[in-house]
Ligand binder design. Structure first.
Ligand SMILES: Cc1cc2nc3c(=O)[nH]c(=O)nc-3n(C[C@H](O)[C@H](O)[C@H](O)COP(=O)(O)OP(=O)(O)OC[C@H]3O[C@@H](n4cnc5c(N)ncnc54)[C@H](O)[C@@H]3O)c2cc1C
Ligand code: SF4
Length: 334
């Protein structure tokens, strides 16, 4: 592993932006932010990430969770995943987020992992994590080892001929269903980015995973006020019940009255190259009776564009069943 300097945060954000050295603040850059370190240090040990300088964000005052005047929530970038999942307002108003975070990793990792770090965690594709293997995301132009290789856990939605890596985060799926906004501070000032626009599809440039620009720092995430009377949940299907990433998952936020769905927000995990909000499924659910027929139509709509690879065709049905079951649970009588 290369040696690196750990920089104090006070003057570093502007300094980083001024150097112009970084390709992005996150990916393949010489200067990198570090928060919990559970993604970055892992990848440095594997020689996948080789930053020269790390800027420790942990002393910045970005660790608060606060209600907003309109009834929403502000979540600081360095809020630990455990603190977020167990916060009373999150348990009460955003249950899907609490469940998604608690379904991920382990207690120890969640105690270290942060909100911003989770948003930016990188794929678990085995070729990406092994520098001896071809991987367009790690080293553009080298090819994609997974397309004709081990692709059982990889994506079926949003793929390209250059990369089929899954976004592995559970939290991101809940954030997508909750229509979170990511707030960023960088060389051009501050800007809010809706979560739907934050992660990008791989296309011809799989090395770029978000719209972040060089030096951009995530400061916080906001959630809109909860839809009145909604029920939300996260259902995660995986090979074992702990310490495992999703093969398919569903985050649903449903409002209904008299057996009819009046509002639906749906996102899928484990199947997309980015957290997969399905407006197609939402359209099939809205103003429809809350029954199995409706749920199945929504699941068909969500997976209509799926392009399975040699080893992961099973994910198409798995994701449909996952969504149907999540919708049943979210709409069954209390
Ligand atoms: C064994 C294991 C199992 C896991 N299982 C799961 C799972 O089942 N589900 C799941 O969702 N996740 C899982 N994870 C992933 C885990 O959730 C992430 O590693 C964690 O959320 C990353 O957060 P962090 O604060 O440690 O990030 P770091 O490693 O500190 O940073 C990650 C990236 O974000 C950048 N960054 C951090 N903060 C900022 C900021 N404020 N602004 C700009 N850039 C920033 C860093 O530069 C880096 O590129 C697992 C991890 C491990 C090691
Ligand atoms: S799927 Fe993406 S991350 Fe995996 S080997 Fe191919 S290019 Fe690399």
């Amino acid at each position: 592993m290369k040696t690196f300097q750990l920089t104090r945060p006070k003057d570093s954000v502007q300094a980083i932006a001024a150097t112009g050295k970084t390709k992005t603040a996150q990916q393949g850059a010489d200067i990198r932010f570090i928060a919990g370190g559970t993604t970055l240090i892992d990848l440095m040990k594997l020689n996948v990430e080789q930053p020269q300088n790390l800027v420790d964000l942990n002393r910045l005052p970005l660790d608060k969770i606060e209600a907003t005047p309109d009834g929403g929530l502000t979540i600081g970038a360095t809020v630990r995943n455990s603190d977020l999942a167990w916060h009373p307002l999150v348990r009460k108003n955003y249950r899907v987020l609490s469940e998604a975070i608690l379904s991920g990793a382990t207690v120890q990792i969640r105690n270290m992992a942060t909100t911003a770090g989770n948003l930016l965690q990188r794929t678990r594709c085995m070729y990406f994590r092994d520098p001896a293997m071809p991987c367009n995301k790690r080293e553009p132009g080298t090819g994609c080892g997974a397309i004709n290789g081990m692709n059982r856990g990889l994506a079926i939605l949003g793929t390209s001929e250059h990369c089929i890596a899954t976004n592995p985060s559970d939290m991101n799926v809940a954030m997508a269903a909750l229509e979170a906004t990511v707030h960023v501070r960088g060389g051009k000032g501050e800007r809010p980015i809706p979560i739907a626009d934050f992660h990008v599809l791989p296309g011809t440039t799989p090395q770029r995973e978000t719209v972040l620009e060089p030096g951009d720092l995530i400061t916080h995430v906001t959630l809109p006020p909860p839809a009145p009377g909604n029920r939300s949940l996260y259902l995660k299907l995986r090979d074992r019940t702990s310490y495992e990433f999703a093969l398919a998952s569903a985050a649903v936020v449903i409002t209904g009255a008299n057996g009819k769905i009046t509002r639906a927000r749906v996102a899928l995990g484990g199947v997309g190259t980015k957290p997969w909000r399905s407006t197609e499924a939402e359209a099939e659910l809205t103003d429809q009776p809350a029954n199995e027929g409706t749920f199945r139509k929504a699941a068909e709509a969500a997976l209509r564009g799926a392009k399975p690879q040699s080893q992961n065709a099973f994910k198409v049905d798995l994701a449909k069943r996952c969504l149907v079951h999540a919708l049943k649970l979210a709409t069954q009588p209390a």
